[in-house]
Design a protein around this ligand. Structure first.
Ligand SMILES: NC(=O)c1ccc[n+]([C@@H]2O[C@H](COP(=O)([O-])OP(=O)(O)OC[C@H]3O[C@@H](n4cnc5c(N)ncnc54)[C@H](OP(=O)(O)O)[C@@H]3O)[C@@H](O)[C@H]2O)c1
Length: 305
């Protein structure tokens, strides 16, 4: 099968389209025929070697975490699917014609979407869900500041927070402010021209998708007892104590129930996904470069088969 792999860390040139053996599902796993694979920032971070410490991988490794496709085969002990069932979810190595994943990481694909649209959802929507509700504890009537609200995690977070009945501040560059309104943001903030902490005040939850200075300044937006959830960089506990808030790092976890509920919301028209571009698998290197530039609206997706 075709697979986009790296044999060493580096720039776009280290991505190779290799011909490798099709993997076999072990106990509790399935083999998926990948139709489309979503591109996440973590893909270029792995390529560049930035994830060596926190997410060690053995080289060569196939990149890609999001997929939409069909069940091809089931491993020992798995019998809830049949060949050809459309599924979506996460796995390591989705930039390939086939991928093996655990049954805890996939669910029936939203039937109202094609594979490219479905592949744009799992990592982004699941991370948004876990950050806002499982870690952030956001409830109806709460206020939330969502950084990177035009990106993948951010755009799902905006919609999920609004569906929960929260008041949403969202940051983006000026060109995306109308888009933020469309997503449901109550107060869009242009991070290039406005200090977000002057607008968003006394919020219950901050979703930090940027780290660095954005994370540091976000403490000032929280009310006492509020929660900063970062998905990029462990926040300072000293700063948290100084502001009387909680500050947590989230690494998103497999969760079938959330994937099922997300598909239900999508099919009910309550959660939308934005696919900025669909590129062939052969153009994975370019797709990762665009992701690395940091201004994708929604998601870039690779069409696999
Ligand atoms: N811990 C986890 O489990 C986990 C899971 C998923 C993602 N992540 C990480 O979370 C981060 C976000 O992921 P993603 O997939 O949502 O990224 P993404 O879709 O690539 O984010 C792109 C968006 O970021 C916005 N942006 C760029 N600079 C900004 C700034 N200074 N302030 C506010 N917005 C800014 C851009 O808007 P403009 O074009 O308007 O600037 C663009 O829409 C990545 O670093 C990713 O690796 C972690």
């Amino acid at each position: 099968m075709k697979a986009v792999r790296i044999h060493q860390y580096g720039g776009p040139e280290v991505l190779l389209l290799d011909e490798i053996a099709q993997p076999a599902p072990g106990p509790g796993q399935v083999l998926v025929r990948v139709r489309a694979a979503g591109v996440n920032p973590v893909d270029w971070k792995i390529r560049a070697g930035y994830m060596k410490e926190v997410m060690p991988v053995e080289l060569p490794v196939t990149l890609g975490f999001d997929f939409s496709g069909e069940i091809e085969a089931q491993g020992p002990g798995v019998n809830q699917f049949k060949q050809g069932d459309p599924v979506y979810g996460t796995a390591m190595g989705t930039f390939a014609e086939y991928v093996v994943t655990g049954v805890a990481e996939l669910a029936p694909k939203p039937h109202s979407l094609d594979h490219a649209q479905a592949a744009s959802i799992p990592v982004g929507a699941k991370t948004a869900w876990q950050a806002l509700f499982d870690v952030g504890g956001l409830t109806s009537g709460g206020k939330v500041l969502i950084h990177g609200a035009a990106g993948s995690v951010g755009s799902f977070a905006v919609q999920l927070a609004k569906a929960k009945g929260a008041y949403v501040y969202g940051t983006a560059s000026g060109r995306n402010l109308d888009y933020l309104k469309e997503l449901g943001v109550d107060e869009p903030i242009d991070y290039q021209s406005t200090k977000f902490e002057d607008v968003a005040r006394d919020v219950d939850v901050v979703l930090d998708t940027q780290g660095g200075e954005t994370q540091q300044r976000s403490f000032a937006a929280l009310k006492k007892g509020g929660t900063l959830v970062s998905i990029v960089q462990p926040p300072s506990q000293e700063e948290a104590a100084k502001h009387g808030v909680k500050a947590m790092f989230l690494g998103s976890q497999p969760n079938v129930e959330q994937l099922i509920e997300i598909a239900r919301l999508v099919d009910a028209g309550k959660l939308k996904t934005a696919v900025e571009a669909v590129l062939p698998l052969e153009e994975a290197a370019r797709a990762l470069e665009v992701s690395q530039a940091g201004h994708v609206r929604g998601k870039i997706v690779l069409k696999v088969g």
